[in-house]
Write a protein that binds this ligand. Structure first.
Ligand code: CMC
Length: 429
């Protein structure tokens, strides 16, 4: 395979190096293009742009492969815990026993929020969207941990990561309690990560929520499946913010904001709302598919399609199986699951979806499981954010450790007016 690509422009011929990744992915290195030719590349939405080299997550969208640090997502979903996976993503290897114990202890001691911090929740109106609160509160954490704003060494990074991963779960639960007018429930140091979250979500001061191990397992798996997905919209946001040397709290808070949108993490809410509308609105799955295909209708089948996967999203496969198990365990008969399965069946044999390679993505089944567990719909994207936090931190750290990294600063092709004069008000019409 040639080691360079040749670009011809006018009478100029430029050799551009070819970069090869560890799985044979190829890219043209254009870092010197502008200096040599005056040209930039134009790639709106970055569909063809590699913004970094990364050793964290590997996706083969055509084959439906997802691996964290080389390990298949299926193996992690079956055997790992969210905290072990978080360590793997951030530090590159599965933790040794003493590393995992130390990290887990750090998470436990950092689960609580400063008492002054809690007052901030009261400033939000009841019914405030939990994603708005989450983003604001993660930024606010920076005010309470000013000693962690400069990551000087690996120990500080580990401490900061532990605090954010632990506290994001407490903030998420408190956001829900605040938006529901319920009292805050303090974290319980005897409980593991996911069980502690369920406790803070659902216990009452007079009634301890009993965590079912199967539910804990399912939620743990959902978090693992969401933990990283290479250079997606929110992770790229975290990297862009971090590239200005903004601290991890500020960068993670920006990641939450990017995740909120319905084309990204917000899709898990949109899927549930869409399934509810179909259920209550009398539309048949066949009519919904027809609507999604109609080019005069902006409607999209939420939970379908992906920028990278042109095959089954491997996370959707795992979640579909888990949805069956969780619903059976809880004895829930949810008509939304039947509608989802029918939509999937119809879409997978419809030429519109087949030709465009539109398959169910991670958001298609996750909401059904979370709904069965009792997590309210407006918290679904917050759950995604808790899950994605290790991926954001891993990417922030990777960029931080790369001493060649520079501030992210894309260019543009200007299409506005050419030079013209300022007009006083009475000369404008
Ligand atoms: N329903 C109907 N048509 C679709 C859908 C869909 N869900 N997704 C894509 N298409 C069509 C689209 O209209 C276009 O058709 P044409 O070529 O005739 O113009 C073609 O498929 C390619 O779509 P695109 O918008 O160019 O693809 P994209 O890579 O820019 O967008 C996407 C990817 C995920 C935003 C999009 O598939 C979508 O809007 N899906 C629904 C929202 C969703 O489920 N998002 C969650 C993504 S996975 C989790 C995450 O990233 O957070």
């Amino acid at each position: 395979m040639a080691k360079t690509a040749t670009l011809t422009y006018g009478n100029q011929k430029i050799e551009l190096p070819i970069i090869e990744g560890s799985e044979g992915e190829l890219g043209i290195d254009i870092t010197e293009l502008r200096a040599k030719t005056g040209l930039i590349t134009l790639d709106p939405a970055f569909g063809n742009t590699g913004a970094c080299r990364s050793a964290i997550t590997y996706i083969d969208g055509d084959k439906g492969i997802l691996r964290y640090r080389g390990i298949p997502i299926e193996q992690l979903a079956e055997n790992s815990t969210f905290i072990e996976t978080a360590w793997l993503l951030i530090f590159g290897e599965l933790p040794q026993r003493d590393q995992l114990r130390r990290f887990s202890q750090r998470l436990t001691v950092n689960a609580h929020l400063h008492e002054d911090f809690k007052h901030h929740f009261q400033g939000f109106p009841v019914n405030a969207p939990p994603m708005a609160m989450l983003s604001a509160m993660i930024g606010t954490l920076a005010c309470f941990h000013t000693n962690l704003l400069h990551v000087e060494d690996a120990a500080v990074l580990e401490e900061t990561a532990a605090r954010i991963i632990s506290k994001v779960r407490t903030i998420a639960a408190y956001s829900y309690r605040q938006s529901s007018g319920l009292p805050f429930i303090y974290p319980d140091p005897k409980l593991r990560y996911v069980a502690n979250f369920l406790h803070m979500m659902f216990s009452m001061p007079y009634d301890q929520y009993v965590v079912d191990p199967d539910i804990e397992h399912a939620l743990n798996m959902i978090l693992i499946l969401h933990a990283d997905h290479e250079q997606n919209c929110s992770t790229s946001t975290v990297r862009v913010v971090g590239s200005s040397q903004a601290n991890l709290f500020a960068s993670a808070s920006a990641g939450v904001s990017a995740l909120w949108g319905p084309l990204h993490g917000g899709a898990n809410v949109a899927v549930l709302e869409q399934l509810e509308q179909i259920h209550h609105g009398g539309l048949t799955p066949q009519q919904v598919i027809a609507k999604a295909k109609d080019k005069n209708d902006p409607f999209r089948l939420m939970g379908f399609g992906h920028r990278v996967y042109k095959n089954f999203d491997p996370r959707a496969r795992i979640l579909k199986t888990s949805a069956d198990k969780v619903l059976a365990k809880l004895g829930v008969k949810d008509p939304l699951l039947d509608i989802a399965m029918k939509l999937e069946e119809l879409a997978l044999k419809d030429s519109y979806f087949v030709e465009r390679k539109l398959y169910p993505n991670v958001d298609f089944y996750s909401g059904i499981i979370m709904k069965a567990i009792g997590i309210p719909v407006n918290m679904f994207t917050v759950m995604f954010a808790i899950g994605r936090m290790p991926g954001w931190i891993a990417n922030w750290k990777e960029q931080f450790d790369d001493k060649t990294s520079r501030i992210a600063r894309p260019r543009q092709i200007y299409t506005g007016p050419k030079l013209r004069d300022y007009l006083p008000m009475d000369k404008r019409n």
